[in-house]
Design a protein around this ligand. Structure first.
Ligand SMILES: C[S@@+](CC[C@H](N)C(=O)[O-])C[C@H]1O[C@@H](n2cnc3c(N)ncnc32)[C@H](O)[C@@H]1O
Length: 380
């Protein structure tokens, strides 16, 4: 039987675990075994027809629309949406059954390693969807059976369904990116590190482990996710601070951090918010400090067919801002925020668990590497 990765994750009843695993396996099967096969149909049948009509290469919107005429792809959209929804629902049902025990464990861990700062008066941004990526209750579920439900559901769902791709602590991204940064900036020794939109700390905690002397802070607009994240970090013995703040205007002092970053935050914000966040990063950094944002690769890193695959997320998975964010020319935006072009970088961090042979590259939607783009604040 599966070992629980930390004390804030409780073993479910056997039948609930089977249901949760079933929907998770179905998601993985649809992503890794079924969908890649559709490219062949596109290249041999759909693309030639589009070129005949358009007399040029089709763009991502034209490809997505044309591919919806392919019955297997339409069926995939329905099955993938159902699997996604059911997987989150299955995890949520388990969390709800464990409400009392989860609250008791969090209380017992209350004065542990992590610090929690909540601000009940902080407004929730309008652009954050009620149920992003079909997650039952969303990030800010205050109507749930208990105040930790949103964070506990997010953690369960990712840990159980993405275990093969991310590891049981969902920390492969954080460890892989931190390792890449150390290689790219070997003399960089941040004293204060800030993650924007940290949710329950999956990526935050590896940064404390990579830079143990640094003070590490994660902010988010979701109090329920932060409260769960603090209990989870305490149970893992990692000293980090979770603080309820908006990444667009954090309230921290000018030049108060050496490293400011985000991971899969920006595609869930609107373009205006992303621009405000880049400006806030520039304000928060000390001279010589580094900003980076890691997300799926921008459209300019992908061919038009790969770009068109985002259509399902936008249409069916409550991710309406993906198209706008991935189309942004990040370097222009960083320059607008005050960063010099010669300090900008794009990197792909190889996944450490793929490198270790734990999981084959082709079975992962990330392709075995994580994209990040950033810049360094001028020293003068
Ligand atoms: C996909 S999750 C990020 C996952 C996390 N970075 C990780 O690596 O595990 C997106 C998070 O961004 C938060 N968020 C959205 N807009 C925000 C904002 N303006 N300021 C702070 N957090 C925000 C959401 O509440 C949610 O927890």
């Amino acid at each position: 039987m599966q070992t629980m990765p930390h004390d804030m994750m409780i073993r479910p009843r056997f039948d609930d675990a089977v249901r949760e695993a079933y929907w998770g396996e179905l998601q993985t099967f649809l992503e890794t075994d079924v969908r890649p096969g559709f490219r062949r149909h596109y290249e041999t049948s759909v693309e030639p027809q589009l070129r005949d009509v358009l007399h040029r290469s089709p763009d991502r919107h034209e490809i997505a629309t044309a591919m919806l005429g392919y019955p297997a792809n339409r069926a995939w959209y329905v099955a993938r949406t159902t699997a996604q929804r059911q997987a989150f629902d299955a995890s949520r049902a388990i969390v709800d059954q464990q409400a009392d025990e989860l609250s008791a464990r969090a209380r017992a861990l209350g004065n542990g390693h992590a610090v929690l700062e909540l601000d009940a008066s902080l407004p929730f941004p309008r652009y954050v969807q009620a149920e992003p990526h079909n997650m039952a209750g969303g990030y800010d579920d205050s109507t749930g059976s208990h105040p930790l439900a949103a964070g506990a559901t997010y953690d369960r769902a990712l840990a159980v369904h993405r275990v093969a791709a991310m590891g049981p602590l969902v920390d492969d991204v954080g460890h892989s990116i931190a390792a890449m940064l150390k290689t790219a900036f070997p003399n960089f020794a941040p004293r204060r590190i800030l993650e924007l939109g940290c949710t329950v700390g999956h990526t935050l905690l590896p940064f404390k482990q990579a830079y143990p002397a640094a003070e590490v802070v994660g902010i988010d607009v979701s109090g329920p996710c932060l409260a769960y994240g603090a209990a989870r970090a305490s149970s893992l013995g990692v000293e980090v601070t979770f603080s309820e703040r908006n990444a667009e205007h954090t309230g921290y002092a000018d030049a108060s951090f050496d490293l400011v970053f985000s991971r899969i935050l920006l595609h869930e914000t609107c373009e205006e918010a992303a621009r405000a966040i880049f400006a806030e990063c520039h304000r928060l950094l000390r001279p010589g400090g580094i900003m980076f944002h890691s997300d799926a690769p921008q459209f300019d890193e992908l061919d038009a067919y790969a770009q068109s695959l985002r259509d399902w997320d936008i249409r069916c998975n409550a991710e309406p801002f993906m198209d706008g964010y991935y189309a942004m020319v990040l370097e222009d935006e960083f320059a607008r925020a005050g960063f010099a072009r010669d300090t900008m970088f794009r990197l792909f961090a190889p996944s450490l668990i793929v490198q270790a042979g734990y999981r084959a590259e082709e079975t992962r939607t990330s392709g075995g590497r994580y994209f990040l783009a950033g810049a360094r604040k001028a020293t003068n």
